[in-house]
Design a protein around this ligand. Structure first.
Ligand code: DGJ
Length: 803
């Protein structure tokens, strides 16, 4: 709801939050409050406004009529350099006389039902009229220059999100240069706010870092040309002692896939400013008379219930107002990707063997990754030459797709449309189509260059080339990769004084290409990827419903990475694969079940050579896919909770009606003789009674090494043939967890689990829980009185200890 009091106070209300600002006597919009829902009327609004009575030391006085007022001591909706505010500016504009002082004041407002949309950039949208979405446009005018700034606020009441974006319009005779245009400014009262950001690198995405900002500023930014794995644009600002379930937390994200900038600054007068928008570094955008510059849309949410509360608002918002199209609310298929199974060494017969095995274990979609086109036997060649290698695929894409489909699977493939290798037909034909400085040596990444998507003809070429690939009969999935960051940022199509526009124009060009292709192929399931998570952002999610979260498929690492994404992104946007052990990125060994259990909390896939699996593991994969399919609606569309549950890492995902839930516990390195663990759930209905149970898993005796000699009638050497033979026939019964509990108990106290292996004995009352082990638990609501009797304690059949 948008409420306007006397045309001077603006109150934006969502189901659980209130955001308000008013217009100061000097004309600037003053931020009044943002927090839990509150009623504000004419009288109460006055109490929210800052009072000023005397001039502040050596601070600048805004004007002679208000000697007591300095912009440096104000909470503002948008601020500018030159009239006293020396903190992070919202916009910086260089005028024709070289001056960069701006003095924007309020001019008018307009309220409209629905969201605003701009052709230039993707944005959030109302799914239908029941969303109650409304927008406010606040227009500011530069007092002396004929330049206007529109601040847009869109309220998404049901998901507790307010979005902001800005549009700068030049109506003056002279050209101006925009050095910075932020999307969002939030001036919070008080200091002592902490900033949590998600930084990293390739295979180390979404590493969570928290730091207090009591003085100076903290900056999170990307300068890679992408939203980047170095620093995701999603950040949280919160009370220092906020936890998963308690405390005030603000979350901000950008609907943008390029260079971004977030800064949290403690001002000199006890306030804290947050800004977020395109990275001003190397940015300079010329605006001629009549032109406008539109900022990306920023997404803002608040929760008084800790990080989980904030995540739930973000998740609901992304699901309903960002992701769109055919796959928006559809369950995503379980896929098998060829990359870690065979890398570049693919051909039709190998792929078909893999595809048949995939079908046999219950996989639904087969994806041919890199290596299928041109002469692509490694990463030095053929990017840009999108014709199949006839030696590898004699029947072309259609031929393979036909075979895969007749094996009973859907078919999809990998492309990297934005790139070209110097060793390619495309580069030889159009050497000037790259982002590079003519006549200078180019610094490559993964032996490739970036096509200059600032240029219309290059965009058109990519659209046509990809239409040709995606239009082949049988293609129902596309993985869209992007494997390097920008260097030598320069477009030969732009004049010298517009090179500061290259980064942003690239992103605009990319969006035009993605829009054209997703509209041309509405039913193809697109998956974004950029060496894993180098472009995991809301801009991409406006076109592609899911993104490959990381090239790191190690289960232990993946838990941390997926946990990081879960703060700002719903789990049905995060794809996750079961891969080989030892893992290809870390060489770490981890149990197959752990790999599955961690991956199944995202959109599950497999990425390994199924034919190389031992029979036992192959059979386990069949059980896994069947189990996942039974629960995939909950896993992909349920409410996701991070559960504080030391010493284990723990998640719960709960169906929207709270009748079905799945939990996970994961351990790192075993700490000996600490065998008592508790599983705690979250998000359940406290008054519902649930059937709580674990998986029925049997263990390979090999997992016990030569400890098995404590029970074996003959001596069994570890890693011996005898051990191998025994292991085929003798399976160790896993512990059974099966019981009934009310939601409140599962959440407050949790289930005291069967003790973990502690070195002195093992039988079916003991949880075989080695390094990097996990357990998945299921909770299903039941009618009272319908419960089946369960065995006493967790001893199933009173068997003697094995050893
Ligand atoms: C990087 C991706 O993240 C991988 O999954 C794989 O598709 C390779 N590129 C292929 O070159």
């Amino acid at each position: 709801m948008i409420q306007i009091i006397d045309d001077r106070v603006f109150v934006l209300t969502t189901e659980h939050t209130t955001y308000a600002f008013g217009i100061l006597p000097t004309g600037q919009p003053e931020h009044l409050t943002y927090g839990g829902r509150m009623r504000i009327d004419r009288d109460t609004a006055a109490l929210l406004s800052d009072k000023h009575a005397f001039s502040l030391g050596n601070a600048i006085t805004y004007d002679a009529e208000h000697p007591e007022f300095s912009l440096e001591d104000a909470r503002l909706e948008a601020s500018f350099y030159g009239k006293g505010d020396i903190r992070e500016p919202f916009a910086e504009i260089v005028y024709e006389d070289g001056s960069f002082t701006s003095d924007f004041v309020y001019e008018s407002f307009m309220v409209t039902p629905d969201e605003y949309s701009f052709d230039e950039l993707p944005g959030a949208y109302a799914a239908d009229e029941t969303d109650g979405v409304e927008s406010l446009r606040l227009t500011l005018k530069e007092k002396n220059r004929g330049v206007w700034l529109d601040l847009y606020y869109t309220v998404f009441p049901k998901t507790d999100v307010i979005t902001r974006r800005s549009v700068l319009r030049n109506e003056a005779e002279h050209e101006v240069t925009v050095k910075r245009l932020m999307s969002l400014q939030l001036d919070l009262g008080g200091k002592n706010w902490s900033l949590t950001s998600f930084t990293g690198a390739w295979t180390r995405e979404m590493d969570k870092h928290t730091a207090p900002v009591n003085a100076g500023k903290l900056v999170v930014s990307s300068y890679t040309g992408t939203s980047s794995n170095r620093a995701n644009p999603f950040v949280m600002i919160h009370e220092a002692n906020a936890t998963e379930d308690h405390g005030k937390v603000y979350g901000a994200n950008l609907i943008y896939s390029g260079n971004h900038y977030e800064a949290l600054e403690a001002g000199s007068y006890g306030r804290t400013r947050f800004v977020s928008g395109m990275n001003p570094q190397s940015f300079a955008w010329k605006l001629q008379k009549g032109e406008r510059l539109v900022s990306p849309e920023a997404v803002l949410a608040y929760s008084g219930e800790g990080f989980n509360g904030l995540s739930h608002a973000m998740h609901a918002f992304v699901r309903r107002h960002i992701v769109r199209g055919y796959w928006k609310d559809r369950v995503r298929p379980v896929l098998l990707n060829s990359w870690e199974a065979s890398y570049f060494k693919i051909n039709e017969s190998k792929l078909m063997k893999l595809a048949r095995a995939a079908k046999d274990v219950g996989i639904e979609l087969f994806v041919m990754d890199d290596g299928w086109f041109g002469t692509r036997s490694d990463d030095t060649q053929s990017l840009g030459d999108w014709a199949p290698d006839s030696k590898k695929l004699p029947g072309g894409i259609e031929g393979l797709a036909r075979k895969v489909r007749s094996a009973g699977l859907r078919f999809g493939l990998w492309v990297e449309p934005e790139m070209v290798n110097a060793n390619s037909e495309l580069f030889r034909a159009h050497p000037d189509w790259c982002l590079e400085i003519p006549g200078r040596a180019h610094s490559e990444g993964r032996n490739q260059r970036i096509l200059d998507l600032t240029r219309g003809e290059v965009q058109d070429w990519v659209i046509d080339a990809m239409k040709n690939v995606f239009g082949k009969e049988g293609v129902s999935y596309v993985k869209w990769d992007m494997n390097r960051i920008v260097s030598d940022a320069f477009s030969s199509a732009l004049p010298a004084d517009r090179q500061g526009e290259v980064f942003h124009r690239y992103v605009l060009g990319l969006y035009r290409v993605m829009k054209a292709l997703t509209e041309a192929f509405p039913e193809i399931l697109f998956e974004g990827c950029a060496s894993g998570g180098n472009r995991f952002d809301l801009g991409i999610l406006c076109y592609f419903p899911q993104i490959w979260a990381s090239d790191d498929t190690d289960a232990w690492e993946r838990f941390r990475i997926q946990n990081g994404y879960s703060y700002g992104y719903p789990m049905n946007t995060v794809t996750a694969h079961v891969s080989a052990s030892p893992n290809h990125q870390t060489l770490r060994k981890s149990p197959l079940e752990t790999r599955f259990e961690v991956a199944s909390f995202g959109v599950l896939g497999y990425e390994l050579n199924l034919m190389d699996l031992k029979k036992e593991d192959y059979e386990k994969v069949k059980v896994q896919t069947a189990l996942y399919k039974k629960w995939q609606e909950v896993m992909q569309f349920g409410t996701f909770w991070r559960v504080e549950n030391e010493p284990l890492s723990s998640w719960t995902v709960v169906s929207p009606d709270r009748k079905r839930a799945v939990g996970l516990i994961l351990q790192g390195l075993v700490s000996p003789n600490t065998q008592q663990h508790v599983f705690k759930a979250a998000g359940l209905d406290p008054d519902l009674r649930y059937h709580f149970y674990g998986r029925d898993i049997k263990y390979n005796v090999k997992g016990f090494g030569d400890l098995i000699n404590q029970a074996a009638p003959v001596h069994v050497k570890d890693e011996s043939v005898v051990q191998e033979i025994i292991s085929r026939f003798v399976k160790m019964e896993g512990e059974k967890e099966d019981g009934h509990a009310y939601g409140a108990m599962l959440m407050e106290e949790g289930v005291h689990l069967a003790p973990a292996f502690g070195g002195t004995g093992y039988d079916n009352r003991v949880r075989f829980f080695q390094d990097f082990s996990a357990r998945m638990y299921f909770m299903e609501a039941e009618e009272e009185g319908t419960e089946k009797p369960v065995p006493e304690g967790n001893l199933v059949d009173g068997s003697e200890p094995v050893f």
